[in-house]
Design a protein around this ligand. Structure first.
Ligand code: ZN
Length: 280
């Protein structure tokens, strides 16, 4: 039941599908190839009647360092088959049009699509869960973190108000969301649990086993009951403004990209993976 692919692994054991981001040499930085491979994996898990629960994991020492802004596999100028929405291909389009079409598709569109997967999805998080990595954890229903995990969104350094999937005030509360964004500092797993952003914190060497155990216990519930329950809570979050809030912030996010491009010629304000990683 194992399908090896370059950037995402898919395996099923009993009722649990395990989807593993597999670019450990780049701390699972998310390029478009990975985004579309994740989408394939989630689609497969959703369609498979044998699968009741899905686990999203990252190979190696880190869950995800975020969007790929500097690895050799960076593919921002590559066309992929459109699937999350109906936005046209971003490649070859001028300025903000390219950025907007691309980010609607691979960030906002894909993340919303995955959040709607009608089976419980558990994030299994170790090490770094940073910026674009947060989006991957946040679209999951439960987050199980190891005691060495940390969470951060440092993109205010780029002059940008948070990652594209702007769930911050809903997953950690508005007061702490401001601190999280203003400082961009690492928040340890234990603190993230206090804030309600993480369900459980377990020792690193127990992470996979504890996550699998939880997934198997959830999998004993009836499939439709789980799907309706997930939908019920997601609808409640949307009634609390998650979806519309995110849409409004997506405009601010793109204003920030455009401002950076206008004053400096680069939508990321001159930052790359190295400068974003350096401590301040
Ligand atoms: Zn962006």
């Amino acid at each position: 039941m194992t399908m090896e692919s370059e950037v995402v692994r898919y395996e099923r054991t009993g009722p649990v599908a395990r989807v593993t981001m597999n670019r450990p040499e780049y701390r699972n930085a998310q390029n478009s190839a990975m985004t579309y491979a994740l989408d394939d994996a989630f689609y497969r898990a959703a369609a498979d009647d044998e699968v009741k629960v899905v686990v999203l994991a990252g190979a190696g020492d880190h869950f995800s360092a975020g969007h790929d802004i500097g690895s050799p596999g960076r593919d921002v100028d590559v066309s992929f088959e459109r699937r999350a929405g109906l936005w046209w291909d971003h490649v070859g389009k001028p300025g903000g049009e390219s950025r907007y079409a691309r980010e609607q598709e691979v960030y906002l569109g894909m993340c919303r699509r995955w959040r709607e997967l009608p089976k419980p999805v558990l994030a299994q998080v170790q090490g770094a869960c940073v910026a674009g990595g947060l989006m991957l954890a946040w679209v999951c229903d439960l987050i199980i973190a190891s005691d060495d995990a940390f969470f951060a969104d440092p993109v205010v350094r780029m002059g940008i108000p948070g990652v594209e999937y702007f769930a911050h005030p809903w997953v950690m509360g508005p007061r702490f969301a401001k601190e999280f964004l203003f400082l961009g500092e690492r928040v340890p797993a234990a603190r993230a649990q206090e804030l309600g952003m993480v369900n459980r914190v377990v020792p690193r060497d127990r992470l996979a086993a504890e996550t699998t155990d939880l997934a198997e216990r959830i999998a004993r519930m009836p499939r439709l009951g789980l799907a309706l329950t997930k939908k019920a809570v997601n609808q409640a979050e949307d009634l609390m403004g998650l979806r519309t809030g995110m849409d409004s912030v997506f405009g601010l996010h793109h204003f920030a990209h455009a401002h950076n491009a206008e004053v400096g010629g680069d939508s990321l304000a001159g930052h790359d993976a190295r400068s974003m990683r350096s401590p301040r």
